[in-house]
Write a protein that binds this ligand. Structure first.
Ligand code: NZQ
Ligand code: ZN
Length: 385
């Protein structure tokens, strides 16, 4: 196992009715900015629950954060933060809102000229406004991690800082019932791929991490399709298991002390940046190709994945790996997400555009050993076509 330090400071309030907990989590004298997206929280009752919980607080609101949050939108929040002396940000929404709030928080305290430097140049985050989150879409894990992904002018890039990790997060599975099937599926697939990015690398004898990861993968394989099936889609137990899996998939626990990949994500970001493909749907396209192209480097873990997650125990290692990749693709198909670039009706000639964008963004040594060069990324994209 590799050395690690693990410290997740986000307090989780899980379960039905827990939105009321925000009233005691946010300091009474705080000046709160509630930040949300395009308005889903107004139609599913979440907005009303938050307003009720903030009865004894001084609060303001900022809305309009779009999926794949955009720098220009996020910078508009700075005016109200300054004018109203905001010192607490409450994100109410999916990963895009939480990520957006993380950037707003760091940008508000940034002392350099352009806060975009935090994302584009890795300028250090030295201060940030405190954040709380009410999560409405289980997927990204953003509610209890220190990462964020922001887009500006077609550049979709991550940044991270412990200062932007939410202090608390409310996870009420009931609020996920209003999600479209597409967003439910996206969430399950995003969480699944987060686990794979931290699991499917090379063996360092991290038994706890491996078995936690396998447990989470098995849970998503079992519960994901139930959240789409008409008889079970409104089952709160199903939603609860998916929600907790998605948080655990990317809260730092399973990734501590093991190598991590993230090539699928970085390549996927270019597909979203240029064609607006939903984040999770880029991952379901890229991951199977990563498994195929990086098969030799990931051999040991692929066999373990085949045996322990898909119960494929017969035949040679190569046959097990083939079957595990096929099972992964079938799972994605069952979740109604694409597994090929061509499924999205995009021409093959864009592959060069994406490879160039990876180069521009410095994504030239991806993967757990930095071996995913531009050439390998190209091979992955060609395999994914
Ligand atoms: O904007 P509203 O009206 O709220 O609608 C949203 C949005 O249109 C809707 N929605 C959310 N909760 C709902 C709901 N609709 C009905 N009922 C509800 N309860 O869903 C749509 C998509 O929301 P979004 O927040 O974009 O989805 P998701 O949570 O999948 O977040 C995706 C973003 O997170 C980033 C992605 O790159 C992408 O930008 N990621 C962040 C990570 C992190 N911070 O650690 C890791 C991930 O890998 C990911 O990259
Ligand atoms: Zn993701």
């Amino acid at each position: 196992m590799l050395n690690f330090s693990f410290h997740n400071t986000t307090k989780i309030h899980f379960g039905e009715g827990q939105i009321s907990a925000i009233s005691k989590e946010i300091p009474k004298d705080a000046r709160v900015l509630m930040v949300y997206g395009g308005g889903s929280i107004k139609s599913n009752g979440v907005y009303d629950q938050v307003v009720e919980a903030l009865t004894n607080h001084t609060w303001f609101e900022f809305s309009g954060i779009e999926p794949n949050p955009n720098y220009d939108t996020l910078m508009k929040a700075q005016a109200i933060i300054e004018a109203e002396n905001i010192d607490y940000l409450l994100a109410v929404g999916g990963g895009s809102v939480v990520d957006g709030v993380k950037f707003i928080s760091a940008a508000a305290k940034f002392e350099g000229e352009d806060p975009w430097d935090i994302v584009a140049k890795g300028a250090p985050v030295k201060a940030a406004i405190s954040i709380g989150a009410v999560l409405t879409l289980p997927a990204t894990g953003s509610e209890s991690n220190n990462g964020s992904v922001v887009t500006r002018d077609g550049n979709k890039l991550p940044f991270g800082s412990p200062l932007v990790r939410p202090q608390f997060a409310v996870l009420d599975p009931k609020v996920t019932l209003s999600l479209s099937e597409r967003q439910v599926a996206n969430g399950v697939v995003d969480a699944f791929v987060h686990i794979m990015e931290q699991y499917l690398t090379y063996d360092v004898n991290g038994k706890v991490q491996d078995r936690f990861s396998e447990g989470l993968l098995l849970t998503l394989i079992e519960e994901g399709p139930k959240a789409l099936a008409s008889e079970t889609k409104d089952d709160l137990e199903v939603r609860a298991n998916i929600m907790w899996s998605a948080t655990m998939a990317l809260n730092g626990l399973i990734g501590a002390g093991v190598p991590q990949d993230w090539a699928t994500h970085m390549i996927g970001h270019e597909l979203t940046a240029s064609h607006g493909i939903d984040h999770a749907r880029t991952l379901s396209i890229v991951l199977p190709a990563v498994m195929k192209v990086r098969r030799e480097q990931k051999r040991g873990k692929l066999v373990q994945y085949a045996e322990r997650v898909w119960n494929i125990t017969e035949g040679s290692d190569d046959l097990k790996i083939d079957a595990a990749i096929a099972a992964t693709e079938n799972f994605f198909k069952q979740m109604q997400v694409p597994t090929r670039i061509s499924d999205e009706g995009i021409e093959q000639s864009y592959i060069d555009t994406w490879v160039n964008a990876l180069e521009t963004h410095g994504m030239t040594k991806l993967g757990e050993r930095g071996e995913v060069t531009l050439e390998v990324s190209k091979q992955i994209l060609e395999t994914a076509y």
